[in-house]
Design a protein around this ligand. Structure first.
Ligand code: IMP
Ligand code: MG
Length: 182
């Protein structure tokens, strides 16, 4: 285990199992769509989850990416998500799947949802790796969440603190001393 990690909350094996179930749910939900599903990764946090989930799906799917940032290097949300890089594809009349790392305050999800629906998507579905319901500031939720976490800061499998730890293959709680002394 990495030195800065207090404890592991989700193992690689648990991630693999949940990815499989989420992909099966999506395969079924979008089995009869006209055009391929447009899967969007909200970068950078969802990147590992996104790659695993689209590989586990068997229905036709197209991939696109969007970078949204709501944190500086702190562990608290600024509350104002900023679109750093927009999509390449048009979402008009498309079944859109948004793949998120974690729904925390909910601000990022509201921003993405308004944007994608406003551009005329045919349907909008959200799959999130984590849900942190105790921190919600706006009443939104994903259609499918793999894991729930309390009011703790987690890193790994895409999730970062100050852009670090994204490459850990598991998800862990960061030692408080790492972010409190900065
Ligand atoms: P929201 O807009 O407050 O819902 O936050 C969304 C973003 O904050 C997520 O997509 C993550 O990138 C980041 N975030 C929230 N909680 C955590 C955490 O515990 N670890 C790492 N990133 C987090
Ligand atoms: Mg982040």
């Amino acid at each position: 285990m990495h030195n800065d990690i207090e404890r592991i909350v989700v193992t690689e094996e648990q991630i693999r199992d949940k990815v499989k179930s989420a992909a099966a749910w999506l395969d079924e939900k979008f089995a009869h769509t006209e055009k391929p599903l447009l899967a969007i990764s909200v970068l950078k946090g969802s990147v590992m989850f996104f790659c695993d989930i689209v590989r586990a799906m068997t229905i036709p799917v197209q991939l696109d990416f969007m970078t949204v940032s709501s944190y500086g290097s702190s562990s608290q949300s600024s509350g104002i998500p900023k679109i750093v890089m927009d999509l390449a594809a048009s979402v008009k009349d498309r079944d859109v799947l948004l793949v998120e790392d974690i729904v925390d305050s909910g601000h990022t999800l509201v921003t993405m949802s308004e944007l994608i629906k406003g551009r005329g998507a045919k349907s909008f579905t959200v799959v999130s790796l984590f849900d942190k319901p105790s921190r919600r500031q706006v009443p939104v939720s994903a259609d499918y969440s793999c894991f729930e976490v309390g009011d703790e800061f987690i890193v790994g499998y895409g999730l970062d603190y100050a852009q670090q730890y994204r490459n850990l293959p598991y998800i862990g709680i960061l030692k408080r001393e790492i972010y409190e002394n900065k």
